[in-house]
Design a binder for this molecule. Structure first.
Ligand code: MEV
Length: 320
């Protein structure tokens, strides 16, 4: 699915969004450190808006029915829809919003952010209005704030881009241009995580032991600076080491769990240059860096046989 595909007819409008991966810097980014995230095109969301008389209705795998009776778990997207309709000066009626997603929720792949971006895009398309990235982010972040409490904004941003992103709150965005191909594997531990709970647990830890935890967040920040250098110049062996170092800090922050650790250990034993959790953790996925394309295929097979619920090998392409 291409993030840019937005089509319109009189009665129907479509918005699509890919997902995202955090390469390094998750959690620390909420507390002012930088992070690097990569658009992840292998899974995505399509939102189809159609004129259907009556109250606004959702049709999705999590809920099918009127928007005003949607479950609490959909409150974020409900708020984004209402605000977007206000913004577009469209009446809050006569719409069916169908949400089709191939992103497993609660796996650190930005499912909620992708839904929000796809839905907002489809509403703009329905109104036959173009949007700026800032408009898109502002309206989608309404949903993310309900879902995640205090999101850094990196998820929604990465979902609107095609290149790896260097993100630091209140700083200009910088797009990273990898000098070489990097072969990653994303593997699902099978456990569902909750971003809000994980983010709140780190914030609580920071309050209870500010010096120690601030030190760990800053260490992740340093590793993220080095990872940028690895992507742009130093290469995969160095990047692998940095991913392993970041995982140590994430474990110390209490956001890795037994299943993630088991997959990470296995990937390293099978020759991964580095491996860590990706996203909020405590459930969700790992990201492992393979030596090359052949190794990536072998490692993906082995992770599948080892019990990963889903495995996605993918290449971050060089951009010269
Ligand atoms: C979630 O994908 C990344 C976190 O850092 C939360 C955020 O940045 O909003 C855990």
């Amino acid at each position: 699915m291409s993030a840019e595909k937005v089509t319109t007819s009189e009665q129907i409008a479509i918005g699509v969004a890919h997902s995202k991966l955090i390469l390094i810097g998750e959690h620390a980014v909420v507390h002012g450190q930088p992070a690097i995230a990569i658009p992840f095109p292998l899974v995505g969301v399509e939102s189809v808006v159609e004129y259907v008389p009556g109250s606004i209705k959702f049709d999705s795998s999590f809920y099918h029915g009127p928007m005003n009776l949607a479950p609490k778990t959909m409150q974020g997207i409900v708020n984004s829809v209402k605000e977007t309709l206000n913004y577009l000066e469209l009446p809050k009626k006569d719409l069916l919003i169908q949400i089709k997603s191939s992103i497993p929720p609660g796996k650190g792949l930005g499912s909620s952010a992708s839904v929000a971006i796809a839905v907002v895009k489809s509403l703009f398309s329905y109104a036959e209005r173009s949007f700026t990235t800032d408009e898109l982010l502002e309206l989608a972040n309404i949903s993310e704030t309900v879902n995640h409490g205090s999101p850094s904004g990196i998820d929604t941003l990465t979902i609107t881009t095609e290149c790896p992103v260097w993100y630091e709150k209140e700083h200009p965005i910088y797009f990273i241009r990898p000098f070489d191909d990097f072969h990653f594997i994303v593997a699902d531990s099978g456990e569902v995580g909750d971003t809000r709970t994980a983010v709140e647990s780190v914030t609580r830890l920071l309050r209870s032991a500010p010096k120690i935890i601030q030190g760990k967040l800053e260490r992740i920040g340093e590793l993220t600076h080095q990872a940028k250098h690895a992507l742009e110049k130093a290469g995969k062996n160095f990047l692998g080491q940095l991913l392993n170092e970041a995982q140590k800090e994430l474990e110390a922050l209490g956001v890795s769990d037994a299943k993630l650790n088991r997959l990470i250990e296995f990937a390293r034993q099978e020759g991964a240059l580095g491996a860590k959790l990706t996203g909020a953790g405590n459930g969700g996925c790992i990201i492992a860096l393979a030596k090359n394309e052949v190794h990536s295929r072998q490692l993906a097979d082995k992770l599948r046989k080892f019990g990963a619920q889903a495995v996605w090998p993918f290449v971050l392409k060089a951009q010269n």
